[in-house]
Design a protein around this ligand. Structure first.
Ligand code: 5GP
Length: 139
């Protein structure tokens, strides 16, 4: 069964679409965290960022790049929190990659992206070295 976002792409359910090109689409979040809260998605269905082919990832970022200033100007925001919940453990509910553009306003009561994590680990230098090496060999 296709995701709710694929149904938006197909025009089967309504959405306030603010931008569309060959491979991506952006629309207002139905349950906004702020005025102008926008979702940017690839039209094709990929569950996680890890699944997105490089050319589509490039297109997706190009749309994010285009929409951030458009959204900020449209709602007169001071800033934007740009985020993907990548996987269920990170809070992803819709299994179709989507980038949240959440307009931010001075004194809006929200926090920085650092506020989303749980207990912060206390990592020793050698553990940090190992983690960095493990990532570097895979990058
Ligand atoms: P997630 O938690 O998966 O990162 O975020 C999913 C987002 O999709 C939520 O912010 C939610 O409000 C939004 N959403 C869920 N269903 C719909 C829908 O049918 N239409 C629109 N426009 N947004 C939706």
């Amino acid at each position: 069964m296709s995701t709710i976002f694929s149904q938006i792409v197909e025009g089967e359910i309504p959405a306030r679409i603010v931008y569309e090109d060959e491979s991506t689409v952006a629309f207002l979040d139905v349950n906004p965290l702020a005025p102008g809260h926008t979702l940017v998605i690839p039209k094709d269905e990929y569950e996680r960022l890890n699944d997105v082919p490089e050319d589509i990832a490039t297109d997706l970022y190009a749309t994010v790049h285009r929409l951030v200033p458009a959204v900020e100007e449209a709602v007169d925001a001071d800033a934007t929190t740009v985020a993907f919940n990548n996987g269920e453990a990170a809070g992803q509910e819709v299994p179709h990659v989507h980038c949240h553009l959440v307009p931010r306003f001075a004194g809006d009561g929200g926090g920085p992206i650092h506020a989303i994590a749980g207990d912060q680990p206390d990592l020793a230098d050698d553990e940090l070295d190992t983690i960095a090496e493990e990532i570097e060999t895979r990058a």
